[in-house]
Design a protein around this ligand. Structure first.
Ligand code: ADP
Ligand code: ASP
Ligand code: MG
Length: 453
């Protein structure tokens, strides 16, 4: 059946330059009988640059402004390449300048206070998505496509957890579906353009949904407006059997389950934000990952029902993971000690990736992004052994099927000459985790990938 409403999200590389923007236009303008909400990321590299600018602003105002000027010229040149009429270009440049001037004023404030909070960073991060959406909206106007630019903070309501805010689904649904809500704009247009990644809290402060969060914005919107389909348009042809930047022979997986995607993206495959698909797929909305630069390819369909044929779909790796080994005290209940360790970690905001314990010992894997947290870990647990390594995640169907030569068996065989330190069969039969020293992770991935080449 033909869809009525689609949410289409285009990532940073799809709006990296004027040519890419025109390609987005070609994809988005196809089939004018379908209503579309277009969610855009900031242009590639801009979010990183804004974070760098904010950090510089605390003590080096001039250097920060120099970076902002680079952001200004980058967007003016995107606008020049994308827009052909002088009118559209004039309008876009005026608007770009006003956003950049706001940004500079805000940076001045950070510098005067010599203080940078997550709330201030979120405020500045929003400039990236504001800039890309305004240029694209001008491109639609120039092509006489009836469209509206909607500011995401007006309807993506979140809590105040700046840097990784959680959506308030009830509020969002209300703001989208009420008589003067977002969907009302379709009375006047066929395409609504909005920013991914950003929202606002109940006091109106800008929040962000975490890095790569535009995928999540698309899923939230798709869910809240009961879209027929959510399309995640990126620079590769769907979810691949491994990161194509690492493995040349990586190929597209046409169909995957939500569990596989969640594990894969959580363990390093940045193609999709881990929180993205759950709300959408649970609501029965089709989610597809597609290639902006090769739109005729089938891409990947995310499905809620796993297939049964045992097979490996994809492999990813998360680097710089801490392994923490504990030896349990004798005469103490081991499950209680394990529970205490996990709750200490969670109370201190460590992200535990995997763990296992026996009567006498336990191993826990955590993701730590700064050195201070490693030092704190050592003070929380004095008698543990800590080391670094990479965690490899393999996803597929029926991986542990009790056949004589199960997939798990084949994987172990393919890596028999690699000194692995941990091997875990995921309880859903759709994932396997292997931990090894960083020097072996590339070989680990290549050997396992060779099983599906
Ligand atoms: P976007 O800017 O469109 O959100 P991202 O850079 O966030 O794109 O994600 C796409 C990138 O994810 C690809 O260019 C690819 O290098 C990387 N990637 C890592 N693992 C995978 C995988 N298994 N399948 C597809 N892409 C992957
Ligand atoms: N611009 C944001 C980032 O780079 C969000 C996104 O691209 O999904 O993380
Ligand atoms: Mg992304």
């Amino acid at each position: 059946m033909k869809p009525n409403l689609i949410v289409m999200k285009f990532g940073g590389s799809s709006v990296a330059d004027g040519l890419a923007m025109k390609q987005v236009l070609a994809v988005a303008a196809k089939d004018s009988s379908v209503k579309k909400i277009i969610v855009l990321s900031a242009s590639k590299g801009i979010t990183d640059k804004i974070i760098e600018t904010c950090n510089l602003a605390v003590s080096k105002y001039d250097a920060a402004v120099r970076l902002i000027e680079e952001v200004r010229s980058h967007h003016i040149s995107i606008a020049k390449d994308a827009l052909s009429s002088a009118n559209a270009l004039d309008r876009a440049v005026t608007h770009i300048n006003s956003i950049i001037d706001d940004f500079i004023r805000y940076i001045k404030g950070i510098n005067l206070l010599s203080e940078l909070t997550p709330k201030m960073i979120d405020h500045c991060l929003a400039f990236g998505e504001k800039l890309s959406t305004l240029i694209f909206h001008n491109l639609l106007i120039e092509k006489s496509i009836k469209s509206e630019l909607a500011q995401a903070e007006q309807f993506i309501k979140t809590n105040s957890n700046f840097g990784k805010a959680s959506p308030d689904f009830d509020k969002i649904k209300e703001l989208i579906n009420n008589p003067y809500g977002l969907l009302d704009k379709f009375g006047k247009c066929d395409i609504i353009v909005t920013q991914g990644f950003i929202g606002s809290d109940s006091d109106g402060n800008i929040t962000t949904l975490g890095r790569g969060g535009s995928d999540y914005s698309a899923a939230i919107l798709g869910f809240a407006c009961s879209a027929d389909e959510i399309q995640i348009w990126t620079d590769v042809s769907g979810v691949q059997s491994a990161d194509p930047k690492q493995i040349d022979k990586a190929r597209t997986i046409n169909k995957m389950s939500i569990n596989e995607i969640r594990e894969l993206s959580f363990f390093g495959a940045k193609v999709l934000h881990p929180d993205t698909i759950k709300p959408a797929v649970e609501a029965g909305i089709t989610v597809k990952v597609l290639n902006t630069f090769s739109p005729h390819e089938q891409g990947t369909l995310i499905d809620s029902s796993p297939e049964l044929t045992p097979q490996i779909h994809s492999i990813s790796v998360k680097k710089n993971i801490l392994s923490i080994k504990f030896t349990f005290k004798t005469n103490h209940n081991s499950s209680r000690q394990a529970a205490e360790i996990l709750s200490t970690l969670s109370n201190n905001k460590y992200a535990t990736l995997a763990s296992s314990f026996t009567e006498s010992s336990m191993i826990v894997f955590v993701e730590v992004d700064d050195n201070a947290k490693v030092i704190m870990l050592k003070s929380l647990f004095r008698d543990c052994i800590i080391s670094y390594g990479d965690m490899c995640c393999i996803v597929g169907n029926n991986l542990t099927a009790a056949e004589q030569n199960s997939i798990a068996h084949k994987i172990l065989h393919s890596i028999q000459d690699i000194p692995i330190k941990f091997f875990l069969l995921g309880s859903n039969d759709e994932s396997i985790f292997i931990f090894a020293d960083a020097e072996y992770s590339d070989r680990l991935i290549r050997n396992i990938h060779s099983l599906i080449e």
